[in-house]
Design a protein around this ligand. Structure first.
Ligand code: PMP
Length: 366
């Protein structure tokens, strides 16, 4: 995006009352792009037909397909925005090293922009995250450091702890910090939310979104509450995470989960939970099965958290009658999970087999 085409700026004051700033600038795709960075944002909004029908929804359900972004996820938006804002403020300069703790997609978004703009990139990534993400990150030139999944966020060996240690050791290095950086929610306040409002021509009743850092849901919710205050914002959080409100929703025997990129054991600064009207908790099996249904029944090649979002959307949208409209955000692509839930054996081995959606037969039986 050249600067003139980029999103207009507003100031961001996290965890305060709603700002009165509005961004109206359109960010249209040019016929010929200067670089692939211009293919971040302006993602399609697609009607969900077959799943809506079989689930008996009366309202219209639309999917914001973030897997069409250049690097394959919603986090390309913040990777680009955090780097551009840091450059504009003079915080970083070409040749510096960027270090980021991430579940992978922010890393890919950052590494993509960093590769084109000439920054070194180090990613600290919990072991849980897929090999596919690691391979893409490496191909983009990033250095990867894996960290134990079970480490608490404030433990020195966690992905956050290791990033901080490296930052102290490496000269001219910076953690742009998606958990606290206002450019994270702003990318969605100026971009994703404006696009949804424009694509719906303002006719919209509910938005459903998962949360990791919470940047996506916070940025979308802020803008939509300003422009269309009647719209309900629904957050989706996996069982085993503590992001949902009221706190009682988070009580669960489940302590870990396999869906990547959503949920946390702390509340990130950029997540403004008062903007969310309702939270829905989801489990792995229903999410992975729904992610496969999105592929099989709608042709949407999205990832696991998209399955969680859709489980939440179906539940929440059942309260909407005919003529109402719900938008659900599908955060990333199946490309990240080719060896995971896309694979029948992986589904069976992890106890997620369901003969209706997973081929449980061995090759000899077939
Ligand atoms: N889904 C996936 C697959 C992700 O990688 C992320 C980002 N961690 C999210 C959803 C949630 O996005 P956010 O960090 O903006 O809450």
């Amino acid at each position: 995006m050249s600067k003139s085409e980029g999103p207009s700026k507003c100031t961001w004051t996290p965890n305060t009352t709603l700002p009165t700033v509005h961004s109206t600038k359109k960010n249209e795709k040019p016929l010929i792009m200067d670089s692939i960075l211009q293919n971040i944002g302006n993602t399609p909004l697609v009607r969900i037909n077959n799943i809506s029908k079989s689930e008996g929804l009366e309202c219209e359900l639309l999917a914001k397909c973030e897997f069409f972004n250049a690097g394959g996820s919603v986090k390309d938006r913040i990777g680009y925005r955090m780097i551009v804002d840091a450059e504009e403020s003079g915080r970083i300069k070409k040749g510096d090293t960027l270090i980021e703790p991430t579940s992978g997609n922010t890393g890919i978004g950052l590494a993509l922009t960093a590769a084109l703009k000439g920054y070194k990139m180090i990613i600290t990534l919990p072991e849980k995250m897929s090999q596919e993400k690691v391979d893409v990150l490496k191909a983009l030139g990033a250095e990867i450091i894996r960290t134990p999944t079970e480490a608490a966020f404030d433990a020195p060996e966690s992905h956050i702890g290791v990033a901080k240690k490296l930052n102290a050791e490496i000269q001219n290095s910076h953690i742009l910090d998606q958990y606290g950086n206002p450019s994270n929610p702003l990318a969605h306040y100026d971009g994703t939310a404006e696009e949804i409002i424009a694509q719906c021509e303002g006719r919209l009743d509910m938005v459903v979104c998962t949360a990791g850092t919470g940047g996506t849901i916070t940025g979308i919710a802020r803008k939509i509450k300003e422009k269309l205050p009647h719209v309900q914002i629904v957050g989706v959080d996996p069982k085993g995470s503590i992001l949902a409100v009221p706190e009682s929703l988070n009580a669960s025997n489940i302590t870990s989960y396999k869906i990547e990129g959503i949920g946390y054991d702390f509340i990130p600064d950029v997540l403004e939970r008062p903007l969310v009207d309702q939270w829905i908790k989801t489990e792995d099996k229903e999410s992975f099965i729904m992610a496969r249904r999105l592929i099989k029944e709608e042709g949407l090649l999205c990832g696991g958290s998209s399955g969680s979002a859709m489980v939440g959307a179906i539940q929440a949208a059942k309260t909407l009658g005919a003529g109402k409209r719900c938008v659900v955000l599908l955060a990333d692509s199946i490309r990240n999970y080719m060896s995971k839930h896309l694979n029948d054996d992986w589904m069976v081995d992890n106890g997620f087999a369901d003969p209706k959606y997973v081929n449980t037969k061995t090759q000899e039986e077939e």
